[in-house]
Design a protein around this ligand. Structure first.
Ligand code: NAI
Length: 336
């Protein structure tokens, strides 16, 4: 099948090409994001492949449908960028990669926690300048601390087990408790109680209408003074303006972000020669107790190989049967 791959990056092209050749698919790579302005580039393809920050709203999907596109193969787990109802109406199947190494994102979460608690980025910069002073470098141990996991699905459960391995106590909040986390000894709490209890709060729930700004001003005010906040899920789960106020007041003692609500125009691009136009993001960068990574939690060799393999399998399944077991749910416009 001919497939137009949007947002195609050098780091994935060789892998995608090898997998496509083996499966008998022909790829057309487009470096642009998929949106209403670029969708027409899919002409002559029956399928397109899209990524996290592509915009699959009704307008984009209508153009894809006019081009004859019948399938969207997402190279990611989340699908908050898709208008699922519009896709259903237009007869376009949208498939995703539901699970590709939850360990990659969970390990990245732990990396952020350790780097923040031991001031690793400051140490790296200091030593390179020949400054070996320990002033301002006093760390905080993780052993014995309480970690609150918000969203105890695949990634949240792995994160919980990693923190547990460090000797942390784990508490959780989820609409559906996980048997795996219960086996780990996790105590489930209402969100306000988790926020009051946890020394470290780590977000692992999908972005849905219910979780948009799940942590805003009111919730941040409930946090323990100086608590660490980690978000490797989706930027929109946090209200960034409220987070800045929380950092200024000291309520948030450390912040680790791999995602940002308005990341779509920045992340995955080299903008090092440009002025950042997003003032909220620019303000976040000024805090000494904040580490931001550019949505790289998933980005390991192992996870990338899984993503490519599942994406091609999804396309082949659709070509062979007209269906796909990894199609996103059509009943709700949800996000995972
Ligand atoms: P999952 O579907 O296995 O787990 C999500 C959990 O969140 C489920 O247990 C679900 O019950 C819970 N949840 C749903 N609505 C909730 C609510 N209103 N309040 C509390 N909990 C709620 O998903 P998985 O694989 O663990 O991924 C979690 C999220 O991580 C994804 O949705 C995605 O946004 C993000 N992600 C980030 C990546 C990165 O590179 N930073 C890569 C992959 C995923």
């Amino acid at each position: 099948m001919r497939v137009t791959v949007f947002g195609s990056k050098q780091y994935e092209r060789a892998l995608l090409e090898d997998a496509a050749r083996a499966a008998g698919h022909v790829l057309s790579h487009q470096s642009q994001h998929l949106n209403a302005d670029t969708a027409a580039l899919a002409a002559r393809s029956r399928a397109v492949s899209a990524f996290v920050n592509d915009s699959l709203n009704a307008e984009t999907l209508e153009i894809l449908a006019k081009c004859g596109v019948k399938m969207v193969a997402l190279r990611c787990a989340g699908f908050n960028q898709v208008d699922a109802a519009a896709a259903e109406r237009l007869g376009i199947i949208v498939a995703r990669v539901p699970a590709y190494s939850p360990h990659a994102v969970a390990e990245h979460t732990l990396t952020l926690a350790l780097a923040l608690s031991r001031k690793l980025c400051r140490a790296y910069n200091r030593i390179r300048e020949g400054n070996f002073s320990l002033e301002g470098m006093l760390g905080t141990g993780l052993y014995g601390k309480t970690v609150g996991i918000v969203g105890t699905g695949r990634i949240g459960a792995v994160a919980a087990s990693l923190f547990k391995g460090l000797g942390c106590k784990v508490v959780g909040y989820d609409v559906v408790p996980s048997p795996e986390c219960l086996r780990l000894g996790m105590t489930y709490l209402a969100l306000p109680d988790l926020l009051r209890t946890a020394d470290i709060i780590s977000l692992h729930c999908p972005l849905t209408p219910e979780t948009k700004h799940l942590l805003g001003r009111r919730e941040i005010a409930l946090m323990k003074p100086g608590a660490m906040l980690l978000n490797t899920s989706r930027g929109g789960v946090l209200d960034a303006g409220a987070v800045i106020d929380g950092l200024k007041s000291g309520r948030i003692g450390n912040l680790g972000l791999d995602v940002y609500e308005e990341e779509a125009d920045m992340f995955f691009e080299d903008l090092s020669g440009q002025v950042i136009q997003d003032d909220v993001f620019a303000r976040l960068l000024t805090f000494p107790n904040v580490i931001i990574t550019g949505h790289q939690g998933f980005f390991t060799e192992e996870a990338l190989a899984d993503i490519v393999r599942t994406t091609m399998a999804n396309i082949s399944e659709f070509e062979g049967t007209g269906k796909c077991a990894n199609a996103i749910p059509i009943a709700r416009k949800a996000a995972a």
